[in-house]
Design a protein around this ligand. Sequence first.
Ligand SMILES: [Zn+2]
Length: 259
Amino acid sequence: MRALVILGTFALLFCLERRRPLRRTVDSSVQRTERNLAMAGLAAVALRVGEQPVARTLTTLVECRRWGLLRMARLPQWIETAVAVLLLDYTLYVWHVLIHRVPWLWRMHVVHHVDLDLDASTAVRFHVTELLVSVLWRSGQILGIGVGQHTLSLWQTLTLLSVLFHHSNVRLPLALERILVHFIVTPRMHGIHHSIVKAETNSNWSSGLTIWDRLHGTLRLDVPQSAITIGVPAYRAPEEITLRHLLSMPFEPQRPTWR
Ligand SMILES: [Zn+2]
């Protein structure tokens, strides 16, 4: 069921991107989509092998031994689930800032940012190493907040749907997007985070709710999509971002990203 909803959302966005594109694309080749989906396939394997067993063990421990902040509070179930989802979303904001600010984490996350276009396929294009390292953060989230299996799975599904949506290259009616961005991250908002301009990339870190960027003063909505070039300055040549290069990128000496 979960897989169907996710695949259906991806297919819907994929169609809408062709009917109502938000930004002009640089590389509309099938190879680009194939490359991103190949990265996504490897990422899915990494999550299954690296994250799932750890998350299952820790959520079981949290449920059995009542570990974590929320378990101590003994709230009604639905409030506990809602607060846990909020805290997971906030701590994902913090993780996103960290993977940009800490150089050895950035060399993994840069693989996501060097895409010359931004669409739903970029949403699932992450380097395996970034996902494996994020298991440590996920473990901290589960143990610190006190997240059970059901809540974790709910949040993961909501986050994946949100990530697909806000990476998509779909032109929503501006009036609708202006309402949505009060609450959730939208394609225009996240487009600014993928800009080639450093000051623009260093904004809009939220993955679900926009409240975290509002609270931290990191929300930017003042850049028109027509003024945005997607990517990072250090890697602009298509021959440098083939699948082989993407896979080896975190292990190679890196150029200054924002020269
Ligand atoms: Zn980022």
